[in-house]
Design a protein around this ligand. Structure first.
Ligand SMILES: Nc1nc2c(c(=O)[nH]1)N[C@H]1C(S)=C(S)[C@@H](COP(=O)(O)O)O[C@H]1N2
Ligand SMILES: [Mo]
Length: 453
């Protein structure tokens, strides 16, 4: 790239909500419509002129000062006493950041106990999702369990079936691991080319945390698992939905765990407090929350959440069951749908890549809809079955562009285009859409969701 001036790109934040009752007012408030865009443009131009005018006419200019004169105007926070320590026992984000929040599933108001709230990927940095912004997917609402009343039973093909209290579990050897969780239905609306406007809604059933807990291998050994007969586990939640999923024993013994910690503190109630199943690389539905029972067996259970739901409708109409592992996938989180580039010049294009099979090896980025590709910088740490952050320099010349990212994992798997994915999967699926996402940048700077085959 020739232009290394690194003038920071001017980017307007995405609208945070859409399609619900407050759609129109939300959109207006966040600058999605024509009028608002005009106001922004003119105020941006006016601000630029004002800076020039203030410095040009002032004595500052004669002293050779160029730039924003506000650097010399001392604000109240520089001339007064701040707030005392522990003003808030539990810290909160700045009030100016309060708009960055989980947003509920768009579309016809479903039962709010069996719904989704998406993570605002467009506003996050690095790879860890702040716990308060972790996506939520409940089948029958979330519960806040008294940890002293919670129990975990391990039964079935084990010598010593056991019931653990939380205290029992916390005495066992613990591990801390960083992993992503993605709902199998993430990016589902794109199967039907619905083109929801922001990355929060296209990819926001995705989060990444550091989990602390006990490895399944430790627990199963503690109960004396019958290794000759055992092939599968059933993991079951304590909420009213009776969430239960079959996990193959080799996956479970590899890196599955029961977690009580998330990002350094006890797991949040929405995410399964006080105990959840962590199944690295496997779709979210198997990460059973409020975990109460693990049964060891020799056959798959074919429970409701693995027959009527979470099965893939193939082009010939057959249902594909137990497709649990997330193949490599990536998405550019900024610039992304609903944001606006306010002028030409340098931009840091950033996004996330992940694979349920291992580590991300490479991410390529295209700004011309997949004709030319450049290799992005992967930021460390690059961990197995965790989100990986990528960045790449881009100088926008003001002409229309289409931004895409393509992940390659350490098995050599290359993230498919929509054309390639549909050739195998058809278009009647709900789950496991890992196609390349395209964001169109229009001449006026508006970024929107488009589908490129
Ligand atoms: N007990 C229980 N576990 C559950 C669910 C549930 O409704 N009940 N939802 C599942 C689904 S479909 C997903 S995608 C993940 C979502 O986890 P989160 O709400 O922590 O993001 O939890 C899974 N585990
Ligand atoms: Mo899910």
């Amino acid at each position: 790239m020739n232009d290394k001036s690194h003038q920071p790109g001017r980017l307007q934040k995405a609208p945070e909500s859409f399609l619900d009752a407050s759609f129109v007012s939300e959109v207006n408030k966040h600058g999605f419509d024509e009028k608002r865009r005009e106001i922004l443009r003119s105020s941006f131009a006016a601000a630029a002129t004002a800076v020039a005018a203030t410095t040009a006419g002032s004595s500052l200019a004669s002293e050779g000062f160029v730039g924003d004169p506000d650097i010399l105007n001392l604000p109240p926070w520089s001339t007064s006493l701040g707030l005392p320590v522990a003003h808030r026992g539990y810290g909160m984000p700045a009030k100016f950041e309060m708009n960055l929040m989980r947003r509920e599933s768009p579309g016809p108001a479903s039962v709010r106990q069996a719904s989704v709230a998406f993570t605002p990927l467009q506003g996050l940095f690095g790879i860890i999702t702040p716990s308060g912004l972790h996506f939520e997917r409940h089948h029958q609402g979330w519960v806040e369990i008294d940890p002293s009343k919670h129990r975990l039973m391990i039964n079935g093909l084990v010598k010593n079936p056991k019931v653990y209290t939380m205290d029992d579990l916390m005495r066992l050897p613990s591990v801390s691991r960083i992993h992503f969780i993605e709902c199998g239905a993430n990016t589902a609306m794109e199967w039907g080319n619905v083109a929801v406007p922001t990355v929060q809604y296209t990819h926001g059933m995705l989060s990444c945390s550091e989990y602390t807990g006990v490895l399944l291998s430790t627990l199963l050994e503690d109960c004396g698992i019958d290794m000759k007969k055992a092939k599968y586990l059933l993991v079951e939640g304590a909420d009213g939905s009776g969430q239960s999923r079959t996990i193959s024993l080799d996956r479970a013994l590899d890196d599955c765990m029961v977690a009580y910690g998330m990002n350094g503190e006890m797991i949040r109630p929405e995410n399964g407090y006080p105990l959840r199943f962590v199944a690295p690389g496997i779709q979210g539905v198997s990460w059973v929350k409020w975990l109460r029972r693990i049964e060891v067996g020799d056959m798959r259970w074919s429970h409701k959440d693995e027959t009527t739901g979470y099965a893939d409708v193939m082009p010939d109409g057959t249902m594909r069951q137990y497709t649990s592992i997330h193949e490599a996938k990536s998405v550019i989180t900024s610039p992304s749908g609903g944001q606006m580039l306010l002028d030409k010049g340098f931009y840091n294009v950033t996004g996330l890549a992940w694979s349920g099979r291992g580590k991300i090896k490479r991410v390529d980025v295209s700004t011309d809809g997949g004709i030319n590709w450049r290799t992005a910088r992967l930021e460390t740490p690059i961990l197995s079955k965790a989100l990986t952050r990528f960045n790449i320099d881009w100088v926008w010349d003001g002409s229309p562009a289409i931004l895409q990212s393509r992940a390659i994992d350490d098995t050599g798997f290359v993230q498919p285009t929509y054309g390639q994915l549909r050739a195998v999967r058809g278009s009647r699926s709900v789950y496991h859409n890992n196609a390349i996402q395209s964001w169109k940048v229009a001449e006026n700077g508006e970024v929107s969701n488009v589908q490129i085959l």
